[in-house]
Design a protein around this ligand. Sequence first.
Ligand SMILES: [Mg+2]
Length: 175
Amino acid sequence: MKIGIDIDNVIANTFHELSDRFNDFMGRQMEPLEVIETMRNNKLKMWAYWFTAWKEGMLSSVSAIDGSADTIREWYPYHEIKLVTSRMPIFRNQTIHWLKKHSIPYHELHHAKEKTKHTKAQDLELFIEDNFEESEILADYCDRVFLFDHPWNRRPSSKKNIIRVKNWEEIKSFL
Ligand SMILES: [Mg+2]
C-alpha cells in the first residue's frame, strides 16, 4: 500500500511541546484554533518565528507521538511510506536528522505548502493528516484519509472516506 503521512502532530508532538514557546514569542496565550489562524494569516510574524525556530533547532527537540515510530518501522518493509510535510524546506536537514534520531524509516520526504499536499498524494491509498482543510482536499485524491484527532480539527466532515482516529493503536487496528 502507498501511504502518505504528515509529520507535525501526527508523528511529532510539535504543538503540544512547542505551544509555550510559540505563545512566548507571540507575547500572549493563544487557544489551539487561534494558533492555526495566526500561522495562516500573520505571515510576517510567522517568518520571524520560523527563522528563530530554525536557528534554535526547536523542532529537533520534540518527541515522537506514541506508537508512530514503531508502527512506521513495522510498515516500512511492506508499504511505501511517503512523508509529506508543510514545514518549509529550510527545515529539511533538521527534519531528516529528527527522523533518523527516532529511527523512523521512509521512502520519500516531500515539502508542500498547506492545501497543496494533494500534489504529492495523487496515487496514495491512505493519508494520515491532522489539518482539517488539508484532509478535506486529500480525500478527493486518496482512497482513505485518517484525520488524527486534535482540538483544532474537531468539526464534522461531509467526506465519507475521512476517518477520525485518536492514536496510532487505532490506526494500526484499521490496517
Ligand atoms: Mg500536521
